[in-house]
Design a protein around this ligand. Structure first.
Ligand code: UD1
Ligand code: CA
Length: 452
């Protein structure tokens, strides 16, 4: 059956004490709301409608590929669902309702919930979980024979009800027509003066409908994030999940506790990740690499057999067999060719470096096209900026750049050219030529005697 999803994400997130809307806070390097959307899609959802309100503009700017509907005033989860009534006017069958603050949900769990709901005659099925600490959650009240009766919110619960450890995960399947038929009957006569979505369940029961309660096998998948402390716990849990997946697929992670890998990162077989390593964003790493210790890669594409330590690289590409570090900064727009050696305090920005080229120590290479087999001596600097504009430097294959060379761009050093150490190159150097551009040394005899 076709599955559509409604995600509630309009709340202020007061308990976060943040200027940023709660659902945009990141776990595993990705906004919470995006995790929820991804889980819905994995469960087979074909359409996601997201209710926004607090910080709506920012949410709309950050999240793509979904429909938005505005809940101008946040009067509770039931009120939020009602705001999306028009979006589901044509819909039939099951609507999956999720909250934007439960980032640990898995597609698998949602799929099982939907299957259980659709196999039953229930007008609604609520996902429940046994929580070791149920504080803050709505509790599931069951009658004497164990069937679902209602949900009581933490703030409305009696001391006895607060002892119940089965909670509402904030995830539901509804028959979409029956949901909107009953929702207008929900009242706000409770501790928070809000229209609670869970209150629609007893209303449906009074109308003769059946309500199911589906218990999640792993309670931690339903964790709701209301505070920064819960945010950190969710982040930890997601990262452990990611690391387990990677280790299961043949990646070695020397110390999972000091390794931080974002959810969408991909790593090839037999790559070893050493401690204090951060792999962020859409980073892709090939096979048989040695990454770390102390690496931060953000949105990097890295080939096979790359060795890297103590470095920060972002929005760039590194080809097979490269050796990198310690203390290298590779900045956006850079492509490092195969088997290049870069080490010891080198910065490269917006440049193409050809295969087998060596940049072993203390270089700044910015806006440059460097050929293959080039040797760049210690202390070489591309002078790419005149205070107003940036210019490119071109270095041909197999050129040799002596130590402490300044290359004043725009300038071209042709194939096989040789530059004497300490030169400041302002003119193009033709193929195979030797360029010397430094003051001649004068040795003055007995200088010390004359001075006296
Ligand atoms: C809610 C449930 C509670 C459940 C818990 C699970 C209600 C009344 N309570 O409580 O039973 O155990 O989730 O995590 O539903 N939202 C809106 N508009 C609003 C209010 C909220 O869009 O007017 C959104 C929020 O952005 C959030 C979600 O709904 O993503 C849940 O709201 P929140 O205030 O976090 O509810 P809880 O108190 O956690
Ligand atoms: Ca919540």
């Amino acid at each position: 059956m076709n599955l559509e999803t409604l995600i509630l994400a309009a709340g202020k997130g007061t308990r976060m004490k943040s200027k940023v809307p709660k659902v945009l806070h990141k776990v595993g390097g990705k906004p919470m709301l995006q995790h929820v959307i991804d889980a819905a899609k994995k469960a087979g959802s074909t359409r996601e409608v997201v209710v926004i309100g607090s910080g709506a503009e920012l949410v709309e700017k950050t999240i793509t590929g979904v429909e938005f509907v505005l809940q101008a005033e946040q009067l509770g989860t039931g009120h939020a669902v009602l705001a999306a009534e028009k979006n589901f006017a044509e819909s039939k069958g099951t609507v999956l309702i999720l909250c934007g603050d439960t980032p640990l949900l898995t597609g698998e769990l949602l799929k099982n919930l939907v299957a259980a709901h659709e196999a039953s005659n229930c007008a609604a099925t609520v996902l429940t979980a046994k929580m070791p600490d149920a504080t803050g959650y709505g509790r599931i009240i069951r009658d004497l024979d164990g069937s679902f009766e209602r949900i009581v919110e933490d703030k409305d619960a009696t001391d006895l009800e607060k002892k119940i450890d089965e909670v509402n995960a904030g995830v539901y399947c509804f028959d979409v027509q029956k949901l909107f038929g009953a929702l207008t009957k929900v009242k706000n006569d409770n501790a928070q003066g809000e229209y609670y979505l869970p209150d629609v369940l007893p209303i449906l029961m009074a109308e003769g409908e059946q309500i199911g309660a589906f218990k999640a096998q792993y309670a931690d998948e339903t964790l709701g994030i209301n505070s920064r402390i819960q945010l950190a716990a969710a982040d930890r849990a997601l990262r452990m999940r990611k690391e387990r997946e990677l280790m299961d697929s043949g990646v070695t992670i020397v110390d999972p506790n000091t390794t931080f890998i974002d959810c969408d990162v991909q790593i090839g077989q037999d790559t070893i990740i050493h401690p204090n390593t951060y792999l962020e964003g859409k980073t892709i790493i090939g096979e048989d690499c040695n990454i770390g210790p102390n690496i931060r890669f953000t949105d990097m594409v890295v080939g096979n057999r790359v060795t890297a330590q103590f470095s920060y690289c972002h929005e760039a590409e590194i080809c097979d067999g490269v050796t990198l570090g310690p203390y290298v900064h590779i900045r956006p727009g850079t492509t490092i060719g195969g088997n290049v050696k870069i080490g010891n305090f080198v910065e490269i920005k917006n440049s193409i470096i050809g295969d087998g080229t060596k940049l072993p120590h203390l270089q700044y290479i910015g806006d440059a096209d460097v050929g293959s087999g080039v040797n760049i001596g210690c202390g070489t600097v591309t002078c790419n900026y005149d205070g107003k504009r940036k210019f490119r430097t071109t270095i041909g294959d197999n050129a040799f750049i002596g130590c402490n060379t300044n290359l004043v761009a725009p300038v071209t050093v042709e194939e096989g050219a040789y530059i004497a150490a300490g030169s400041t190159i302002t003119k193009d150097v033709p193929k195979g030529n030797l360029a010397v551009a430094r003051a001649r040394q004068t040795n003055i005899e007995v200088w010390n005697d004359k001075r006296k």
